[in-house]
Design a protein around this ligand. Sequence first.
Ligand SMILES: [Mg+2]
Length: 119
Amino acid sequence: MATILVVDDAAFMRMRCAKLLKDNGHDVIEAENGAQALKVYQEVKPHAVLLDITMPEMDGLAALKALKQIDPNAKVAMVTAMGQQAMVMDALKSGAKDFVLKPFDSDRVLNAVNKLLTR
Ligand SMILES: [Mg+2]
């Protein structure tokens, strides 16, 4: 059992992710943009983060870079739409461990989270 921070500006995505992770025994906290994610991360120190790329306020890439400065060991997987390969490459170079392509696939999300937790 781990605490996972789910960051997405779409409430529907957060809800689906949260339900999936809770059904698999995890605790979930949510944030709706990068700025909020940084704040929550420092308060809660989650074991892993699922981070959407496209968000208002602060996008996932900026949030990833800031998170890694706060905690170089932060375990982050990016959640990405089609056509964001350049951003994904940048994210992987910036310390993201994995990425999950939308549309949402339960097995892929769980697999990514399990990978983050076992590293
Ligand atoms: Mg988004």
